[in-house]
Every structure is written in structure tokens, then in C-alpha cells.
Design a protein around this ligand. Structure first.
Ligand code: URA
Length: 319
């Protein structure tokens, strides 16, 4: 731990002194920032904990707000409980509501998904792919760049299931062009798995029921082109009124309320690392046999994972 005095001198307090063999780590930060990043409290709340004498660094009470800590070396406790920064990669899912852009910052300061996830606690968190501003549903976030690249790479495209409420009446037969692979401005789409769904299944896009003159459909695709589902359905003359993603790579929004997030379970992370689980509609078809095998292996040999940690950013970080 170091303290900086009024004239800007910094001295080490209670930390292991550096030797030639032990280079000085540049990995220092203000104690209140460390506590906020570790998820103990907000920056302001962490300052209050410090001034209340509840925080110790290497056994010494740290009340000075200028206190800096070395995150690799100093031992920090709050109320006698050790506090550590999360070391490994982070994986979480957000139930994205409408009205939020899929970006971690917007120069025009419009609402964006970064406002809904614990970005202070997990620096480096970013969304895996994107959903349109008016699309709801499952959006993954991670700090694991390799996994994200894998999940988005065209050669490893995972299945994504969407529910759409569309304008007009259509039948399963009318979805034929989507099943065969429809031509869009940017090229031919891979065949989609799709069907008309009933009001009970379509709750996310038609909470008050499917009104006459509209139809609810499920569309499962592996690609991830811009506005793809909307463009596919517009192409068959049924523009999308509402769109919701209920499944990404086999993961579902289980236990997450709209606008909230939760960490993935160990098993869910394993599923992603195994390339996802294809939806049951795809099992037995050509698609996804390898992924099915990988997922089955995961299911048999993997850990069952912890229970989902339910959470809302607002609950935990405001008020
Ligand atoms: N397809 C779309 O058209 N929009 C989305 O947000 C996702 C898929």
C-alpha cells in the first residue's frame, strides 16, 4: 500500500518491499477504485467504508482516500473479509430491453447496454455480437476475446433463436423461402429453421396475445448479418413488428428479468466453449451434429455448474 501526501510524495506502507528480483508492479490503483472494481460497493460507498475504518490493507486500517494499493501484492479486507479482484474471464447474459443500443459507449449519450451491466466491476466487458435497438432478449457479455471471436466466426456460427411478431397472416407454408435459403441484398442466406408459433410460445413478443392481422413466428439462424431476421421476413412481405432473441448457442434467459443480468453457470460456459448446443429442431438434421456431440460430452463429463446468480445491476449498484 502506498500513501501520497499533500506534496505528492508517495511512500509504501505495509507492502512487501521490492527487490531487484521483484520488480515494482505498476498495477496500483486507489483503494476506493479497487473496492468498487471488486464489487464491494460503488466508488462513493467504498470511500464511506474507508472513512468508517472498515477497510484494512495488510492489516492496517486505511482511512485516507489517497491510499493506493498494489492489486497483486496487498492484502485488502473489509470488515475482516478478504477482497480480491476477479482474476478469470467473466461471462454473463443480459436480458436486453428495447431502447438500448448494443455498444459500450455512445458519443450521443443515448441509452446503451453498458448502462445495464457491471462494467466498473468487470473492466473489459463487451457484448458478443449485437441486437438492434428495438430487439429484446439474450445478449452475452464477456471479457474473453478468444471465445467471443469463436462464437462470431463464420466458420463456427452458433444457432440463434428468434421470435418475431410480424404484420399480416402467414402459415407455415409461407415460410418455405426462408427454409430454402432466401436471397437478400448482401447474398443468399443459409436455410433457416422456422415455424409459426402460438400465443403461449410467443409471450415475449405478444404478451397480450397474437392480435388478428399479425402472426408470431420462430426463426432459427446461424449467421449474424445486420438486421438479418427483419430483412428475411420483410422479403416475404411480413415486416417485423417485434423481435426477441430467446436462445443463443443453446443458452436461454432462465432466471433473468428484463433489464437484468446474471453470470453464466460453469456449465453454460462449457457449452459455449464446446461450440454451443443446436436447438432440438436442428438435431437429427445435417446441421450441428458435431456441436451436439460436444455438448453431450459436456453434459456427461462436465461440472453441473453453480446455480445461476440472479442479479440486477440497478439492485446491486444503486439505491
Ligand atoms: N436480426 C435482426 O433483424 N435484428 C436483430 O436485432 C437480430 C437479428
Amino acid at each position: 500500500m502506498t500513501r501520497t501526501n499533500e506534496v505528492g510524495e508517495t511512500r509504501v506502507v505495509g507492502a512487501v518491499p521490492a527487490t531487484d528480483a521483484q520488480p515494482v508492479y505498476p498495477h496500483t490503483m486507489r483503494l476506493q477504485r479497487f473496492l468498487a472494481r471488486a464489487g464491494v460497493a460503488s466508488r462513493r460507498g467504498s470511500e464511506d467504508l474507508m472513512t468508517a475504518g472498515r477497510v484494512t490493507v495488510n492489516g492496517q486500517v486505511a482511512t485516507e482516500l489517497g491510499t493506493k494499493v498494489d492489486v497483486d501484492r496487498d492484502h485488502i479486507e473489509v470488515d475482516g473479509m478478504p477482497v480480491k479482484l476477479n482474476q478469470g474471464a467473466v461471462y454473463l447474459m443480459l436480458y436486453k430491453p428495447t431502447g438500448y443500443l448494443t455498444t459500450m459507449s455512445d458519443p450521443q449519450e443515448r441509452p446503451c447496454v453498458a448502462d445495464l451491466v457491471p462494467r466498473d466491476r468487470y473492466p473489459g466487458l463487451f457484448p458478443v455480437g449485437r441486437l438492434d435497438r428495438d430487439t429484446t432478449g439474450l445478449l452475452l457479455f464477456t471479457t474473453d476475446g478468444d471465445l467471443s471471436q469463436d462464437l462470431l466466426h463464420p466458420s463456427k456460427h452458433v444457432y440463434k433463436t428468434y421470435q418475431a411478431l410480424v404484420d399480416g397472416h402467414l402459415t407455415d407454408r409461407d415460410l418455405g423461402p426462408l427454409r430454402r435459403g432466401i436471397e437478400l441484398d448482401d447474398g443468399l442466406c443459409q436455410p433457416a429453421i422456422c415455424r409459426v408459433i402460438n400465443a403461449r410460445e410467443a409471450e415475449a413478443v405478444a404478451p397480450q396475445g397474437v392480435k388478428p392481422g399479425t402472426t408470431a413466428v420462430e426463426v432459427i439462424i446461424r449467421e449474424g448479418r445486420k438486421n438479418q431476421v427483419k430483412r428475411m421476413l420483410s422479403k416475404i412481405h411480413h415486416p417485423v413488428i417485434r423481435l426477441h432473441r430467446c436462445n443463443f448457442a443453446g443458452l436461454e434467459l432462465e432466471g433473468v428479468a428484463k433489464g437484468s443480468w446474471r453470470e453464466l453457470t460453469d456449465r453454460e460456459v462449457q457449452i459455449l466453449k464446446a461450440g454451443g448446443i443446436p436447438p432440438k429442431q436442428a438435431v437429427g438434421k445435417r446441421a450441428g451434429a458435431a456441436a451436439t456431440n460436444a455438448a453431450t460430452r459436456t453434459r456427461h463429463h462436465g461440472s453441473h455448474g453453480s446455480a445461476p446468480k440472479r442479479n440486477t445491476y440497478r439492485e446491486r449498484y444503486t439505491g
